[in-house]
Design a protein around this ligand. Sequence first.
Ligand code: NAD
Length: 468
Amino acid sequence: MTTFQLLIGGKSVATADHFDIKNPSTGELVGQAPSATPADLDRAVAAARTAFKTWSQTSDADRKAACHAIGMALEQHADELARLLTLEQGKPLNGMGSRFELGGAQAWTHFTAELELPVETLQDNAKAHIELHRKPIGVVGSITPWNWPLMIAVWHIIPAVRTGNTVVIKPSPYTPLSTIRMVEIMNTVLPPGVVNVVTGPDDIGARMSTHPGIDKIVFTGSIATGRKVMGSAAGTLKRVTLELGGNDAGIVLPDADPKAIAEGLFWGAFINNGQTCAALKRLYVHDSIYDAVCNALVEVAKNVPMGDGLDEKNVLGPIQNKMQYDKVVRLVEEAKKAGARILTGGTAPGGPGYFYPITLIADAKDGMSIVDQEQFGPALPIIRYTDVEDALARANASDNGLGGSVWSADPSQAKSLAQRLECGTAWINKHGAIQPNAPFGGVKSSGIGVEFGTQGLEEYTTIQVVHQ
Ligand code: NAD
């Protein structure tokens, strides 16, 4: 059992207090995470501010090279990080689990390293020469959730560092260890103070949002916490990027082939046990193929091994924590009471670990809590519809607007419907696919701003216009 330490100004820093991190598959102790005090946070911010003075002045080529060096260091330590991630997060090594997450973290790092924000000439004539320059903002405070801890940390850290900012990251108290270790690895190739990590309870995150030494917050987490972050960032007028929750709808049109789409629907919903912001969380299926789609999904579910993530045969693990487990149990029980029909799963097995079976819920209806709320777990409500316009209206009748999808044998018909979904990303015959070259973000309550691509990189800069 290892006791982890904060990493501030390039040095490991011991804390007086720690908290236990337990394996969600077994309940066994994985390690102890340091409990940062407000004074530790102040030290981390001060280290980042000092480092900003020189890091912001490094050349574009040097910062690009540093990001590639991080990508290579992550590759060298990928096995170690994947194992630690599995132990504390629960996701399996295999499938779309820890190794997949480490692969994504490296791919995003190298892709983002290559992005450029060149000076733009806005006007060049006898009257004036006007240029638009992009400058780093300063110290970026990164607050991350527990579902994809390393990938999301990379989504925050790499564009910040690439554009000349410095970072203080605070991971979720459920999954802090892998982030601490990843930041230690990043520090082997970065100057001290460019990336710092503090861990501790939620109120460290709240302090970051009000901290006068932090210039921008990039936050990924729930809508409820995102609202608090935005409110408390107002006092110091911090820039914010908020990547928040979703309740993504998928609409299956009557011409779709149930067997052909079942696998895509299934993994769109159950990637990482449904604990994914842009997972498919409500499925609207036309009455004419409703039973066939339900049956095809049950067939896929039969062949998906779930269990301890260290066992190579498993591709799904437990729910990550008790709070989320209790929520999924409650939402499924409420759906049963309201008349929904369980096609598979639906009963908690008990025993060690927060295991909950893949659960497919037929005859689900709008107004049931499992349809109206983000379940963030391995339970998918399937809702019957007869009129496509009605299904679209129901899909859009949500404060959430992260992703959505349309499934059909006719891609052009699907595309025109997908464009009417009120969401940041609309997929056709797939769900949840994200790439480092395609900006990703939510509309409505699902967020403010985007990540990835040039547009995502711009969020880590301020504009300075130079007239002469
Ligand atoms: P959460 O909001 O509970 O916590 C997220 C982070 O915020 C944690 O580090 C937590 O310690 C911190 N925090 C808690 N209270 C805070 C406060 N008052 N001020 C500042 N920080 C505070 O979310 P979670 O349960 O860890 O993550 C699951 C949620 O994240 C889901 O809703 C999911 O959809 C969403 N999510 C969104 C995206 C996206 O890109 N849109 C990606 C992943 C997850």
